[in-house]
Design a binder for this molecule. Structure first.
Ligand code: TYD
Ligand code: MG
Length: 510
């Protein structure tokens, strides 16, 4: 039997199929299978290698965990937002993948990082496979970085890159950082598949990572993301690199978020916030102020969520709109949050609090283009929804956070103090929060005023923050219901079930 010479590889998940199919069996993606030639795989250890004889294995040296030599210092670029996301700077010999939508600003960010590191004395190489040298220079000049001693090259052949970087030219002695933009343009001439295919991307990255480990430079690879939000082609690439950073943002907004989704040398979920300006990306030291900047006073249907991104607190506004629908299945649209989670909050509001929004269209938006993944946002979402439905605003200068359980109970969240401190710093005066985990010896569930921290934005006089613990979703609904004025949805539901939801502390009802 003749062995097949090619197989079909899914460009989204890397699954291999012997025959072409319209849909990948591995990940369900449509039209993602591409024919690739099978490279002759090396035989097993027992098989005859070169010359038909198995080579005897060499001896591996084992050492203690506790090493004698101190680790080489990390390389920082001075952009605090970037350094924090990488976990305190780039580790020598590590590989970092920076992934993001095309046009989001990856090249801009990495050019700035390279320029700063080069200016600080590290030998930096920037290899672009997408843009010509003149294009990169033009951009550098526009950003005022033209004087930085970054070594620029335009190349796509991995063989050329490896040869040049293994024995770097004079300008690059003691090579510290190599930036390759982007991994989808790279090709290895011994492979027959086209650049950007899984096998090319995987093999190219492997070669460069091996060289980075051997020569001890930090490798920064740029990767584009597909429509579905996967790092194009290679999910496989995520396993190979030490750190995966995603660069996110909404094209309609000018700020961008760099997020660590995997980091072998630091915490994940850490974010850095940047603003895209005419002169490149600027760091945003106080992102909460930025996200709240466009807030238009107190309106019904808005609530401020005190969230947490990595180790840093972040305040953002959540907006909801509820309107009557002509459709049999009213529309639900969510931007910046999980739609499944919205469905859950709506269901709990209906089943446990008698606020039926089933016949209404519901729109939910996290202002500013941020994406929130925390369940702690549940209560803020519920506050925005209830406020939109009843027309009663959330009191001025109030932050909200807490996770909602299926029976309507509000569950404790982590890092309460950190969130409250950030709210206080930004001038908020009230917080509706989940009941805190009871510390032994403390009076539970009591509202308390915290001392104001010293800081430029601390409220004058330091009155602190009035903290109200909300034990059940009904308590939130009661706070946002106009007394004497029944909300249509509450009323309708009330008639069916014999009375609207009890206002006040709803302890008895559940
Ligand atoms: P770029 O870094 O080329 O994106 P990527 O490498 O992720 O594809 O960024 C392109 C966008 O950034 C482009 O739409 C223009 C904008 N931009 C600015 O607004 N200001 C600037 O100083 C630069 C360099 C780019
Ligand atoms: Mg680019």
């Amino acid at each position: 039997m003749v062995k097949p010479r090619s197989h079909y590889v899914c460009q989204d998940c890397g699954a291999v199929a012997p025959k072409w199919a319209g849909r990948c069996e591995g990940c369900g993606a449509w039209n993602s299978l591409v024919e690739e030639t099978i490279q002759s795989a090396p035989g097993g250890l027992s098989g005859g290698g070169l010359g038909g004889r198995a080579r005897a294995g060499g001896k591996i040296a084992f050492v203690d965990l506790d090493s004698e030599s101190p680790p080489r210092p990390r390389l920082t670029c001075g952009l605090a937002e970037f350094d924090r996301v990488t976990g305190g700077g780039l580790v020598p010999g590590s590989a970092v993948l920076v992934a993001g939508d095309p046009g989001i600003g990856k090249s801009t960010l990495l050019l700035q990082v390279a320029a700063r590191m080069a200016a600080a004395g590290a030998a930096c190489a920037y290899i672009s496979g997408e843009e010509s040298i003149d294009q990169v220079r033009l951009r550098a000049r526009r950003m005022g970085l033209a004087k930085a001693p970054v070594q620029l090259a335009s190349a796509t052949s991995v063989r050329d890159m490896v040869a040049s970087l293994d024995h770097p030219p004079d300008g690059l002695g003691g090579l510290a950082v190599v930036i390759v933009d982007s991994v989808q343009t790279l090709y290895i001439d011994s492979l027959e598949s086209a650049p950007g295919t899984v096998s090319q991307v995987r093999a190219a990255a492997q070669e460069l990572i091996r060289l980075a480990k051997k020569r001890g430079f930090s490798l920064l690879l740029v990767g584009h993301v597909t429509k579905e939000g996967l790092i194009a082609g290679p999910k496989v690439l995520e396993h190979m690199v030490d750190t995966v950073l995603t660069f996110e943002g909404d094209r309609g907004h000018h700020f961008r978020i760099l997020r660590a989704v995997k980091n072998r040398f630091g915490p994940t979920d850490e974010i850095g916030v940047f603003e895209m300006t005419d002169e490149g990306l600027q760091e945003v030291a106080n992102p909460s102020a930025l996200f709240l900047a466009e807030r238009r006073g107190n309106i019904a249907g808005a609530a401020v969520f005190a969230g947490l991104e990595g180790t840093r607190p972040l305040l953002v506004e959540i907006q909801a709109l509820v309107s009557s629908s002509p459709l049999a299945t009213p529309r639900r649209a969510v931007v910046g949050w999980d739609s499944g989670r919205l469905a859950m909050v709506l269901a709990v509001l209906e089943a446990r609090c008698g606020l039926a929004l089933a016949g209404q269209e519901v729109y939910l938006n996290v202002a500013g283009g941020l994406r929130i993944g925390e369940p702690a946002a549940d209560l803020a979402v519920a506050a925005a929804l209830v406020s939109a439905a009843t027309g009663q605003e959330v009191p001025e200068q109030t932050v909200v956070f807490g996770e909602i359980g299926l029976s309507g109970e509000i569950r404790p969240v982590s890092q309460v103090e950190l969130r409250l401190k950030e709210a206080e710093k930004l001038g908020f005066t009230r917080a509706w929060i989940a009941p805190r985990r009871k510390a032994p010896g403390k009076a539970p569930g009591k509202a308390e005023a915290k001392a104001a921290p010293a800081g430029p934005n601390a409220p004058a006089g330091g009155q602190g923050l009035a903290v109200e613990e909300i034990p059940h979703l009904q308590d939130l609904v009661a706070r946002l219901t106009v007394p004497g004025l029944e909300t249509p949805s509450l009323e309708r539901h009330g008639r069916e079930r014999g009375g609207p939801a009890r206002p006040g502390r709803g302890q008895q009802a559940y």
